[in-house]
Design a binder for this molecule. Structure first.
Ligand code: F6R
Ligand code: MG
Ligand code: MG
Length: 366
């Protein structure tokens, strides 16, 4: 049987009002372009959605990861959507498109990419997470808990098909290096790396017993790629579930705790990651708080069956209430850490200018 590839490619190409939410005409343009690719046979299926000001192209096909035609389709689609955004004078039109010519692979050109190729099981549930106002490291804690923490994933303890554990591929996004670590043996070493969320980020997770792909995350960091701040790197992730992977309920369970992530207001503040229904994925208060949505699909002969909007659930009401309370608490810190990010992680800063003004006024402390 031929394998199925799931490609999730996302970009912020403009929003209304300010950096809040993608426009319906952007989504319509994306659906039109992907619809043509479906008719022409490049894609098997697609679903277009948005989390805040980020537009996500969820695509299935049989061409494998890093396929030039699929990446070009996403690139051209975001360029066409940018034209729509410019016409409507949407805010930040084309903000994530770092180049206007495609050069073989969309990676490094602005958009974020998470992909995986697998041979379909008799039934293959896949959950796609999309975030706004945060960074790829936002997935570190939830993915650590999903695939390595028995207090989250009961299956690691009681299900023989999960009991061997999982391997994590971790990127050092500063040094452009990667390492593979095996759990449960290296669980403490892994936590030591993943705790530095702005630098070490999970790229892939594999099942140890057979190397089967379990999760894939977009790790692009726009600010590092462009050498200057051009927009945030709001991440997406694909996670496979059930029968040898964490159950759907174990996959979404870590998000019940709205952990603190970087990326709120000017990409320069920490705030709680609030799990919301897609219809509520419009960060407003102080441009936030950061949001995550979870769309559950069944993959059937490369077709997307669904989605089920997994955080559209009263069971997450308390997490949202807690996130609002944490947001309130963090906001009271105003411009002080730990609400404001450490100086070297801020995406906007006046500090060099302030220090320049004070040059000559600093004197030695006796
Ligand atoms: C962008 C974002 C926002 C902006 C902020 C300032 O995704 O999250 O918090 O950083 O609204 O935007 P500018 O500088 O465009 O006015
Ligand atoms: Mg924006
Ligand atoms: Mg965004």
């Amino acid at each position: 049987m031929t394998k199925t590839t799931v490609s999730v490619i996302k970009a912020d190409v403009g929003s209304v009002a300010g950096h809040v939410v993608t426009h319906e005409k952007i989504l319509a343009k994306c659906r039109e372009n992907l619809g043509k690719a479906l008719d022409e046979g490049l894609l098997e299926d697609f679903y277009v959605t948005n989390c805040g000001d980020d537009t996500e192209l969820i695509m299935t096909h049989r061409n494998g990861e890093e396929n030039e035609e699929v990446h070009k389709l996403a690139f051209d689609t975001f360029m066409d959507a940018t034209a729509v955004a410019r016409e409507l004078k949407l805010y930040g039109a084309g903000q994530d498109m770092l180049s206007d010519t495609f050069s073989g692979n969309i990676k490094g050109m602005g958009p974020g990419v998470a992909e995986m190729e697998f041979k379909e099981r008799p039934s293959d549930p896949v959950i796609i997470f999309c975030c706004d106002k945060t960074e790829p490291g936002a997935f570190n804690m939830p993915l650590f808990r999903m695939f390595a923490d028995p207090f989250n994933t009961a299956g690691l303890v009681i299900d023989p098909s999960l009991h061997d554990g999982f391997k994590y591929e971790v990127y050092d996004v500063m040094e452009h290096k990667k390492v593979i670590m095996s759990c449960p043996e290296e669980i403490y070493d892994l936590a030591a790396l993943l705790g530095t969320i702005s630098r070490y980020v999970i790229k892939h997770i594999y099942r140890k017993s057979d190397n089967e792909i379990a999760a894939s995350v977009s790790t692009e960091r726009l600010n590092l790629m462009a050498g200057k701040y051009v927009g945030k790197d709001d991440p997406v992730a694909i996670v496979r579930s059930q029968s040898g992977f964490p159950a759907a309920g174990e996959v979404v369970e870590p998000f019940a705790f709205p952990h603190l992530v970087g990326g709120w207001m000017r990409g320069s503040h920490n705030g709680p990651l609030m799990p919301v229904a897609q219809k509520n994925a419009h960060p407003i208060r102080f441009d936030g708080p950061p949001r995550v949505i979870a769309l559950g699909f069944q993959i059937a002969e490369s077709k997307l069956v669904g989605p089920m909007d997994l955080f559209d659930d009263p069971a997450y009401d308390r997490s949202r209430a807690l996130a609002s309370e944490i947001a309130e608490y963090m906001r009271r810190h105003g411009p002080f850490e730990p609400h404001r990010l450490p100086a070297d992680e801020m995406e906007y800063t006046t500090l060099p200018g302030v220090l320049e003004k004070l040059e000559g006024r600093f004197t030695d402390i006796d």
